[in-house]
Design a protein around this ligand. Sequence first.
Ligand code: CA
Length: 233
Amino acid sequence: MKIKQQTMRILVVEDDLKVAASIEKGLNEAGWSVLPVHSAEAAEAAMPGQSFDGIVLDLGLPGKDGITFLKELRERGDVTPVLILTARDGIENRVDGLDAGADDYLVKPFAFAELMARLRAVERRTKGRDVTQITLRDLDIDLIGRTVTRNGDEIELTQREFDLLVYLAQARGEVVSREMLTRDVWKISSRATPMDNIIDVHISHLRDKIDKPYDTRLLQTIRGVGFALRDTP
Ligand code: CA
């Protein structure tokens, strides 16, 4: 999939060495560069003179806690996207984190694919505005004109179908969960709203339009996980 996009450089602030190492390993495998540090103080020492595309921030840290680190970061005018990691029972921490200027959060334990997808989503929201065109095989998405063609045929999509397609395309082949679509495409944050059927109907309509008439299936359903737009099985 062709998207104008540079390699990301991520600062990981996490005192759990195992978690930090696994994030580093996974992001490295994806071709991203990672600087892992194990405290807020170490992060602050590492930051001057370096630029990061994103910060993965654990909230429970020895010494200065993650929220304080984040507040001070924003007070300095640093707008680097921040994805916070919180414990499952840390709902209040999550709210505090968002209030303090975090761009998104992830509840531990998390699936690595979700971490990558969230980081990419955060990056897109903050700096992806210069991407104008996404191409996957013979599928072309024009983000400015909001038009889609496949094999040169113009494909008419509803607004929602277009947004859904763009979200999947911007995930660059990563699996996107129904929860992420609910939050980011439908903009519904309440988990009480059952959206799965609505999402599945839209996916089905989208598939009829962009895939059905063509030889190669691009929109894949990953059972029990979600969906991915890619040209490899
Ligand atoms: Ca911790």
